[in-house]
Write a protein that binds this ligand. Structure first.
Ligand code: AMP
Length: 113
């Protein structure tokens, strides 16, 4: 898998607004926010898209979700937020390093576009 812009952020080769990091993941604010709060939770391990996760990644994906709940508290959106994963080009994925969008701070509509 070729290095993506998220690998450069994780490796601190380019700047970003990091709000959390641990040994398994990094979370930073989306550069083009779609809600008052919009951050990305990204595993350090480079999985290109959700569809290509394996059984070995199950604990990692669970950890990312626990981090999401802690950051939702930290960011003041725990009452209601949306978690989005775009898996594949037709879903709108543009960076091929798995990431979870977390959006909050406004009312969300359904269905998404
Ligand atoms: P996706 O389209 O689901 O792959 O989402 C990629 C997201 O990464 C988009 O919401 C972009 O705004 C965001 N993004 C791209 N480059 C950066 C960057 N350098 N720092 C923070 N967010 C970024």
């Amino acid at each position: 898998m070729s290095e993506t812009i998220f690998a450069k952020i994780i490796n601190k080769e380019i700047p970003s607004d990091i709000i959390y990091e641990d040994e398994q993941c990094v979370a930073f604010r989306d550069v083009n926010p779609q809600a008052p709060v919009h951050f990305l939770v990204v595993p350090r391990q480079a999985i290109d898209k959700l569809q290509n996760m394996t059984a070995e990644d199950e604990a990692l994906i669970g950890h990312l979700h626990r981090v999401i709940t802690e950051l939702a508290d930290q960011e003041g959106i725990a009452d209601g937020y949306r978690v989005v994963v775009n898996s594949g080009v037709s879903a709108g994925q543009s960076v091929f390093h798995l990431h979870f969008h977390v959006l909050g701070g406004r009312s969300m509509r359904w269905p998404p576009g």
